[in-house]
Design a protein around this ligand. Sequence first.
Ligand code: GLN
Length: 496
Amino acid sequence: MSMYHTRSVTELSAMLQAGEVSSVELTRYFLDRINNNDDKLNSFITVSEEMALSQAKACDEKLKAGNAPALTGVPVAHKDIFCTHGVKTSCGSKMLDNFISPYDATVVKNMREAGVVMLGKTNMDEFAMGSSNETSYYGPVKNPWNLDTVPGGSSGGSAAAVSARLAPAATGTDTGGSIRQPAAFCGITGLKPTYGRVSRFGMVAFASSLDQAGPMGQSASDCALLLNAMAGFDEKDSTCIEKDVPDYSADLDKPLNGLRIGLPKEYFTHSDGGMNAEVETVIKTALELYRSMGAELVEIELPNSSLSVPVYYVVAPAECSANLSRFDGVRYGYRCENPKDLNDLYTRSRGEGFGAEVQRRIMVGTYALSSGYYDAYYLKAQQLRHLISDDFKKAYQQVDVIMAPATPETAFNLGAKSDDPVAMYLSDIYTIAVNLAGIPAMSIPVGFANSNSGKSMPVGMQIMGNYFKEAKLLNVAHMYQQQTDWHTRLPEEFKA
Ligand code: GLN
């Protein structure tokens, strides 16, 4: 039996191009892996088997004809936040449990045009609000490294599916850490691009000034291939930036001599939700490896870091309260039974259709935007957001990339933080500033630590870059992955 799941996207693509495997064979293989394993993980909301096989068949014809793009025939999973024509798009919510999109998100369309086969839609926190995948209407996802722990969120289904190799790669979205934090918890590689690099059209909106889609895969080289397909200008998204898409695979092997790596002193602390000591040891070992590859480690300051969580939890709820007002039981989505009048229709449809965390965010956001409070909260938060961006601008005059842990600790147990929203919010303490500034950042697996669940769990290191420096981040990550094998490790239970 061929172990296709141990192959990277880069390898699978080469095998498809060489005719060593057909896309139908490969797609069937991964559909079987999902069918045989996902009852343990709950990483998929929908498996689009029939569509996948018919897309695979079409890909095989293109491969036979020659000149097919690199990703032709490679099966990938999409986070259930992306609209997919004819396939349910739930966004992890009861509100959209009955929603079948009449069109494709640009990310989905771009990837399909690049030859990708869609295996299905992955589980996620409801409307992408969460850090553990426990707010999903479809139930929590389990972390493949330890089924008692969370996979992170909100792209937890994508992270778990890639980690257990139920899909060779997946898409995710990141508003405050939702690609990087689950990538870190599940031991995979994830990239949040610069705000505006990837179209948001057809991606269910959470906080429009922060949301950004990106690839989640085994390695930096796989993420480069996926980003090549995802990125680009789209006139349907007014914040999408008209800028050429470089070949993200071109500079992966550039030597790192002279690379200046900034280490923000505010991120390397142990106080108040700071980093766990075992996580720190693993991160420091990774940094030493970079030094041995010719990089220089420079201590830097990001003095406004402590503002990022409070600022985010004003800006994100404010924007979500505006975005989610469209779910009113009239246009689409869930509608309550037997409404008495229009008001009852609105309030009960929203009260029954949205889960507790989403309702909490809508209330906080509506409050922050209401007259009398707007200046004190929303406006203030937007002003502070500039200070956070300015910290990064100054830092990038001194260094090429910034490194830090992706999360203060490794994956926690299911239920450990569900009753304490603030503790949950603090799991994004290292990832949120990046979204507020709009810069790109990755998480790569750099080892294991026993920080939380009593079992050795993956540690993710974050690599942040200046605007549009995705190619640099991928290069820096790839060179590390050439020297280490963390990214090729598989959780015991999903090896075979
Ligand atoms: N955990 C953060 C939140 O709940 C980030 C979510 C995200 O990036 N989508 O808002």
